[in-house]
Ligand binder design. Structure first.
Ligand code: VG1
Ligand code: CO
Length: 543
């Protein structure tokens, strides 16, 4: 075995977005593409010599090859040990769990998460720091800067490691330990939730359908829900991780998980439905003929948190991303705790969790989590719901309706315009920004603008600042429209329009969401000139 120094040159565009670097898998497979980025990560770290790294991915196309390359590069860059999931697999929450549990230096997550996979799909890579969470912007900025000056990468010419053989292997002076990707995570879940009560619920005949969308959530859901909690075999469907996710788009929402939504309708429907995304950090919660909006899910979990053993002592605070509905704020106010508003992306929750300022966090994009790890966690949310269902004996819909009756309902929807022209998207945002000073005090149809700004965030823990995180127009009585461009897409630009309207009156909680928001949708279209500027008459995806 020898370590080689391979000459390379900077490859433009290796800028991490909302959650790591995501590109078409064909881009990642270009010579030096992955290597340049990985070397830039390693060059940006201080004190990594002899340290432990955790490594794995969601099993999408190119996962195995990328794991082998990174192992050889980690050895050549002086790491002492790498813990890699069997088969090169780890869900994003499980990597976070293992980094924390083993006190590792950091981790590398291979995933493009909710983006499609396969030979024509997307690939991604993300660095996580010692707290188990995604690297903050200070670190990702340093990595990106390094990609612009890199001249060589270091790699061992050792043979491939047998990733299917649990146990210890060596590359140069580095140990590679192939570990069970599920065990530590399952053990943590067992400590947070009342497994006895959930087991008794299933024993009473409670039925569930968990759709893992042929992604990495399957092995975790099978081991925990069917294995430890005794749900019948077959409760978890699409439970085998496939390189192309079986052609599914592993982004759990009612559009992409239409099959699950279909199964949750009618008299034969199971009591409870759930799905997770490519890397198993997102969750969708479904009752019989009833979809739970992610922002509502966060609020319901917060309001009922003390039913779960891991949260029995209550919450220190709640955090949500700015575009997420303010339903959680109402719960926080009721509990007398703070609700923090952060930019989009889980990396902004890390400091609040580390400082003990927030216990639960969530995003409107089907992401929920807590201080148990530093990533959002799909199965965690599903188990939390199961715990609540077991403790209350009520169906999903009743729990949500009672929540609305108590706190009011935040009608909420996100409209995505995918793969639009990048220049047109930028111009649309510029046009919105130009209107910001004149909007407050204006009446737009039925809505009076109270404030309008481009969201900027100052981290209350380290004072770091993030600007231009989304244009928001806030109306009297709490209605909002937020516009931002996606930072995870790989084709053109994606415009996200977030719409929210609060309704306190419980006799008005039965309107369909799009009808309830129709007035705001019209205002959004006009203010941003969406149809003309995007060339689209309707959004690509409505969630
Ligand atoms: C999207 C979501 C955001 C989420 C991010 C990563 O980002 O809106 O809330 O944190 O994906 O989720 P964007 O920039 O495309 O809006 V995942 O499951 O891809 O790690
Ligand atoms: Co994800």
């Amino acid at each position: 075995m020898t370590i080689r120094n391979i000459a390379t040159q900077p490859i433009p565009g290796q800028k991490p977005g909302t959650s790591g670097l995501r590109k078409k898998v064909t881009a990642f497979m270009q010579p030096g593409y992955l290597e340049n980025f990985v070397q830039s990560i390693f060059d940006s770290l201080e004190g990594s010599a002899g340290q432990t790294l955790v490594l794995g991915g969601d099993g999408r196309f190119y996962n195995r090859a990328a794991v082998q390359t990174i192992l050889k590069m980690a050895a050549a860059n002086g790491f002492g040990k790498v813990l890699v999931g069997r088969g090169g697999l780890f869900s994003t929450p499980a990597i976070s769990c293992v980094i924390r549990k083993t006190g590792a230096f950091g981790g590398i997550v291979l995933s493009a998460s909710h983006n499609p996979g396969g030979a024509d799909g997307d690939f991604g890579i993300k660095y996580n720091i010692a707290n188990g969470g995604p690297a903050p912007e200070k670190v990702t900025d340093a990595i990106y800067t390094r990609t612009g000056t890199i001249t060589a990468y270091r790699i061992s010419d050792a043979p491939d490691v047998d990733l299917d053989a649990p146990g210890t292997h060596t590359i140069e002076n580095m140990t590679v330990e192939v570990v069970d990707p599920v065990a530590d995570y399952a053990e943590l879940m067992q400590r947070l939730f009342d497994f006895d009560a959930i087991r008794a619920l299933f024993a009473r005949g409670f039925t569930m359908r968990f759709d893992a969308m042929s992604a990495i959530g399957g092995p975790y859901a099978k081991a925990i829900i069917e294995g430890m909690l005794g749900a019948p075999a077959g409760t978890v469907v699409n439970g085998e991780p496939l390189e192309d996710f079986g052609g599914h788009h592993p982004d759990p929402n009612p559009v992409n998980a239409a099959d699950l939504i279909g199964c949750m309708s009618g008299a034969a429907a199971p009591d409870f439905g759930a799905a997770s995304d490519g890397d198993a950090d997102r969750n969708m919660i479904v009752g019989r003929d009833f979809c739970v909006a992610p922002s509502d899910s966060l609020a319901v979990l917060a309001a009922n948190a003390t039913l779960a053993p891991g949260y029995r002592d209550g919450l220190a605070g709640i955090a949500r991303s700015m575009p997420t509905s303010t339903a959680a704020d109402r719960v926080a106010a009721g509990l007398g705790i703070r609700c923090y508003e952060t930019p989009t992306g889980w990396k902004f929750f890390g400091n609040l969790l580390d400082a003990g300022m927030a216990t639960l966090c969530g995003e409107e994009s089907y992401g929920t989590g807590s201080n148990h790890i530093r990533e959002k966690d799909g199965l965690w949310a599903v188990l939390f719901w199961l715990n609540i269902l077991a403790a209350t004996g009520k169906p999903v819909e009743a729990i949500v309706r009672e929540h609305w009756a108590r706190f009011g309902r935040n009608y909420y929807s996100r409209h995505d315009y995918e793969a639009i022209d990048s220049a047109a998207a930028d111009a649309l945002v510029t046009h919105l920004r130009a209107q910001l000073p004149s909007l407050p005090g204006q009446r737009l149809d039925d809505y009076m603008v109270e404030t309008a700004d481009d969201f900027s965030y100052t981290d209350p823990v380290d004072g770091s600042e993030s600007q231009k995180q989304g244009v928001r127009i806030v109306f009297a009585e709490g209605s909002r429209i937020v516009f931002r461009l996606s930072g995870t897409g790989t084709e053109g630009a994606t415009l996200r329009v977030y719409l929210e309207r609060y309704e306190a009156d419980s006799s008005k909680h039965d309107i369909s969401t799009q009808t309830a928001l129709a007035g705001l949708i019209a205002v959004a279209g006009r203010v941003a000139d969406i149809a003309v500027r995007t060339g689209r008459n309707a959004p690509t995806v409505v969630t």
